[in-house]
Design a protein around this ligand. Structure first.
Ligand code: ATP
Ligand code: MG
Length: 260
């Protein structure tokens, strides 16, 4: 198999907030087209990792390279599409105008941006809702609007921070399958944070298990399950074995973060 090229690599990254070390000696190489999922106990530095990759925070130590070239964290601002942990929809903007927010800020004229968003509505299951306001939508729809905003902001790397966290399990599994479809169709590279081990295995080409704070990579698990991953995948022996292994690692770390 030919290894695809590196989009973004972190090496030895450490980030401190005063007395707290959020990330320590963190390294990862994200290759084109991959779907990487990240799991780890609450507070282990996952969102901090995303803030660094998005260029919103600078590491205290370590190196970052973008397409093999060393860069400062700030150089990454605007280079990646970022869906933060809170969906950040503006209550006074319609679905359509929330979806175009990032590309409008980037300078795309509103009329053109709206046309681009209209074209994407069916794929995101939002046809007919373009003039609705966020408070008129279900939780799943709100998350699709936030995802649509991230997809419209066309960057090769997308960071999704627990995008399905607030959904019931049925809606969540439908959204997972749907996300895999559009990931394939749009040929993007995804870094995806979740608390849910099933979700991490179902979606990922690789799962990164992070240690309790300070966050390091505890285990990097390749997921060889064939795609498209249909419902049966989650009940297969291979899936169950992976789940057992990752659960053990994660539980060990979660126990540590609860020990005073
Ligand atoms: N801007 C900040 N200033 C001070 N401390 C911060 C800041 N951002 C994060 N931290 C601290 O860094 C640690 C890691 O936080 P982070 O939000 O990255 O965790 P997380 O893994 O995303 O947690 P969760 O799963 O609950 O979302 C926490 O102890 C948090 O309090
Ligand atoms: Mg977080």
């Amino acid at each position: 198999m030919i290894e695809s090229s590196s989009i973004l690599a972190l090496d030895g990254v450490t980030k401190r907030f005063g007395q707290i070390t959020a990330l320590e000696n963190f390294g990862v190489d994200i290759r084109k087209g991959e779907f990487i999922t990240v799991i780890g106990p609450s507070g282990c530095g996952k969102s901090t990792l995303f803030n660094i990759v998005a260029g919103l925070e600078s590491p205290d130590e370590g190196r970052i390279s973008h397409h093999g070239k060393p860069v400062a964290a700030g150089d990454l601002l605007g280079q990646v599409a970022f869906m933060p942990q809170q969906d950040l929809l503006l209550p006074w903007r319609t679905v359509l105008d929330n979806a175009i927010l990032a590309i409008e800020l980037e300078g795309t004229p509103r009329s053109e941006a709206r046309r681009m968003a209209m074209d994407m509505l069916p794929e995101f299951g939002l046809t007919g809702f373009e003039r609705h306001y966020p408070q008129q939508l279900s939780g799943g729809m709100r998350q699709r609007v936030a995802l649509m905003r991230t997809f419209l902001f066309k960057r090769e790397l997308m960071l999704l921070d627990e995008p399905f966290g607030a959904l019931d399990s049925l809606t969540r599994s439908m959204m997972q399958r749907w996300l895999l479809e559009i990931w394939r169709h749009h040929e993007r590279t995804v870094l995806f944070i979740t608390h849910d081990i099933d979700e991490a295995i179902f979606l990922g080409d690789r799962v990164l298990v992070m240690s309790a704070r300070p966050g390091r990579i505890k285990l990097e698990q390749h997921i060889g399950l064939p795609r498209p991953r249909l419902g049966e995948v989650v009940t297969s022996e291979a899936f169950v074995q992976l789940k057992r292994k990752l659960l053990k690692e994660l539980e060990e770390e979660s126990m540590k973060s609860f020990t005073p």
